[in-house]
Ligand binder design. Structure first.
Ligand SMILES: [Zn+2]
Length: 298
């Protein structure tokens, strides 16, 4: 993936090494741990737990010192972190900027205004209005504060455990989470969560799958436009991203975790479904091709 020298976003909040202990607030902590345990058990990202979280009062930061000011970058003193982490922050900032450019344009074309989300980089554990999360949770989007939370150790995990590597595969993961923000901006998340609340577990999971597959498709739409305007794609990149999409499919993750596949518990979609919808997005470059809710079988 070609990205060095491209514009970096101002919307990255770097909270790595900002303490990261368990929060003091008992209520927030316990609620968050329950959510976290559910998330780990089902192998889903917390953004899909919004039905569970509805009515769950947002935590106030237990320690405001943990919260960095947005707009990390120009005004900060020189970073003393290891070069690898700097490189990672730069990469994440460029990908985020790419998504801003693409979605601002796409929303503009629809006569809408795109509000840039923030992306929080953290290490180990992080406190969000959607509850506490740890590296084990994987990246997630919290609609309550419109922020994507990313522990960069997840990328190492992708490489090691899921055998999905390559920068574009990492960009796909970021673009998927941004896809949830796009859904939030378009009111899709809200509708889906309302429908899930009225449904039994099985139907609720099926709605989750459609939400997740749509975020994959939106990630594909982003890649299509980013490549057309900035020529980011190199040989093998799309295959690497599809490999990543397949590696984080529910069937694959469940098989790794329990040795069997339980379709009713799927909330992200199977590997084949995830690859299929990402492909649809990247080939069409059109949001309209991502209506996973209209498809009889997504
Ligand atoms: Zn997701």
């Amino acid at each position: 993936m070609r990205w060095l020298g491209d514009r970096e976003s101002e919307n990255v909040e770097d909270r790595r090494g900002a303490g990261g202990g368990f929060p003091v607030g008992i209520t927030g902590g316990v609620g968050a741990i329950v959510v976290l345990v559910i998330g780990l058990f089902l192998g889903i990202d917390p953004s899909t737990l919004m039905a569970v979280l509805n009515g769950y009062a947002p935590d106030t930061p237990a320690d405001s010192r943990q919260v960095d000011q947005p707009g990390y970058g120009s005004s900060r003193p020189p970073d003393t972190r290891a070069g690898g982490e700097d490189h990672m922050r730069q990469f994440v900032s460029v990908v985020l900027a790419d998504t801003e450019d693409v979605w601002r344009q796409a929303f503009g074309d629809m006569g809408r205004n795109y509000r840039d989300p923030k992306l929080v980089l953290y290490s180990n554990v992080v406190q969000s209005p959607c509850g506490m999360a740890s590296s084990a949770t994987g990246p997630f989007y919290c609609p309550n504060d419109q922020k994507v939370y990313l522990d960069t150790a997840f990328f190492d995990d992708m490489k090691r455990r899921m055998h999905a590597s390559g920068e574009f595969a990492q960009a796909y993961v970021i673009a998927h989470e941004i896809g949830h923000h796009v859904q939030n901006e378009l009111g899709i998340l809200q509708k889906a969560n309302a429908a899930r609340e009225r449904s039994d577990q099985r139907t609720s999971n099926a709605i989750s799958v459609r939400v997740e597959l749509q975020a994959d498709c939106f990630a594909g739409v982003w890649a299509n436009h980013a490549d057309r305007t900035k020529h980011i794609l190199e040989q093998g990149d799309v295959e690497a991203a599809m490999n990543a999409a397949a590696a984080v499919g529910d069937d694959r993750l469940q098989r790794q975790a329990r040795g069997t596949v339980v379709p009713d518990a799927f909330t992200h979609g199977s590997s084949a479904q995830r690859v299929g919808w990402f492909k649809r997005g990247i080939e069409s470059g059109n949001l309209k091709s991502c209506d996973t809710f209209a498809a009889a079988q997504p």
